[in-house]
Design a protein around this ligand. Structure first.
Ligand SMILES: Cc1ncc(COP(=O)(O)O)c(C=O)c1O
Length: 437
């Protein structure tokens, strides 16, 4: 079975889980109020900064408003009606997330503040108990800082070292390189991104997880750039830990997910201590609660969880297979169009090896200037190192401009991006002034 298909493929088909017909992807744009906005006195907004954070449909905004308007109270601790209602809806959101990623149990779904918080939790809870002097944490060079810095911090505490698998010329990493690193370094943990937030390369999670497992390594998958775009099946992936963020998949900010295998989560201590995560506290110590509360100290993101559930239902109503196919089409159009421009270099593999991200450099023009000029056309892209300084160093560039697509973008927007970049190139770097690299 291909990695992108879950055993229960209902949500990938042209119908929602409740049996109603799937929503057309072309019509979904109308569901996002912000996309009707014009900027700069009348320029229509073309939002291509989705890898950083996506926009929200009315269904998500309404779910959050409904929570605060009708049934909000703190969860778990109250006996009163609102608290019971809030608790039921919060736990229902957890079940929806568990179904969305095909988790074995909703106890394996820990709500966190986002991918960063989820990875930090693992680096603390698992890392501090399993990693010691001289051990190795293996990453790829394509990681976001969220999947680098917590391991550097662990290295400072535990005396382990962090090693990186390099990219090939074609911006991919082959299995042989992964195998060689696993055999030579015998890491305690192999933590890698399922897809790069800069070059867009998708990595074979299931295969690499099996290879790591065979070499005795634990596995963490940073799914921040995959969960929003295609169907994932955590049982099929079989990683020990998987992290993703709500705000990159039409959900609210301040919520993300740490999925962990139940026996793994049971075996490691909680990272944050406080209310809600305990079974008992005495003057001499405490006993942690069971899963998932053990890892959810303090008041959790209640309205955010309910908003995330609405986002998941929304994505379901479109169908993840249609979303990924649509994004591939947009990515191909933008990728090919930008590659065809003189003085523009796409930094990343061809569109068949990546998802909806096109990062590029306009020779002789700083990425910030590119982004600023594109903004005058109403086009929002991100410019800089995108929290991947080691990757940019390996690629030999200090900054890139990044266009990233989502379900509500269309081919016309991809074409407008290409012609706007062409204009920037003409304006800033006429051929006589072209800088050699
Ligand atoms: C691959 C990847 N990992 C981790 C993160 C961090 O996500 P968050 O800021 O939601 O914690 C990002 C955000 O851009 C990302 O792209």
């Amino acid at each position: 079975m291909p990695e992108t298909t879950r055993p229960d493929a209902t949500r990938a088909q042209a119908a929602c889980s409740d049996g109603s017909p799937a929503k057309s992807i072309e019509s979904c744009r109308e569901d996002f109020p912000i996309l009707q906005r014009e900027i700069r006195d009348g320029v229509p907004l073309i939002f291509l900064d989705n890898a950083a954070s996506t926009q929200r449909p009315t269904a998500v905004i309404d779910a959050i408003t409904e929570c605060y308007s009708n049934f909000y109270a703190n969860v778990h601790r109250g006996i009163h009606t609102l608290s019971e209602e809030s608790t039921r809806r919060y736990e229902q959101a957890r079940q929806s997330v568990a179904r969305f990623v095909n988790a074995k149990s909703d106890h394996e779904v820990i709500f966190t503040a986002g991918t960063t918080a989820a990875i930090n939790t693992v680096a603390r809870s698992w890392g501090d108990t399993h990693v010691g002097q001289g051990d190795v944490i293996l990453l790829t060079i394509a990681e976001h800082h969220a999947n680098i810095v917590p391991w550097h911090q662990l290295a400072e505490r535990a005396g382990c070292r962090v090693e990186f698998i390099p990219l090939r010329e074609d911006f991919t990493i082959d299995d042989a390189a992964v195998q060689e690193h696993l055999e030579r370094l015998r890491p305690k943990m192999f933590a890698f991104t399922a897809a790069s937030n800069v070059i867009g390369t998708e990595f074979p999670v299931e295969r690499w997880t099996a290879m790591a497992r065979a070499s005795g390594s634990a596995v963490l998958v940073d799914a921040a750039q995959v969960a929003p775009h295609r169907s994932i099946d955590v049982q099929q992936w079989d990683a020990d830990f998987i992290a993703f963020s709500g705000h990159k998949m039409c959900g609210p900010t301040g919520i993300g997910v740490l999925h962990g295998k139940e026996q793994m989560l049971e075996a490691i201590p909680p990272f944050l201590g406080g209310g809600a995560m305990i079974a008992r506290v005495t003057t001499s110590g405490f006993e942690p609660a069971g899963l998932p509360e053990k890892f959810e100290a303090g008041t959790p993101p209640i309205a955010e969880a309910i908003g995330l559930e609405a986002a998941i239902h929304y994505l379901d109503s479109i169908g993840m297979d249609r979303i990924v196919a649509h994004e591939h089409e947009l990515c191909r159009r933008a990728d090919e169009g930008l590659r065809a421009l003189d003085g523009v270099r796409v930094i990343g593999p061809t569109s068949d090896k990546k998802q909806g991200i096109v990062s590029f450099v306009v020779d002789g023009v700083h990425a910030h200037d590119v982004a600023q000029q594109l903004d005058t056309h109403g086009i929002a892209v991100r410019a800089g190192h995108h929290c991947t300084m080691p990757l940019h160093k390996a690629l030999g560039v200090t900054a890139t401009s990044r266009a990233s697509f989502y379900l509500y973008n269309n081919l016309d927007e991809a074409d407008r991006l290409i012609s706007a970049v062409s204009e920037v190139r003409q304006k800033f770097a006429p051929s006589g002034r072209r800088r050699r690299r």
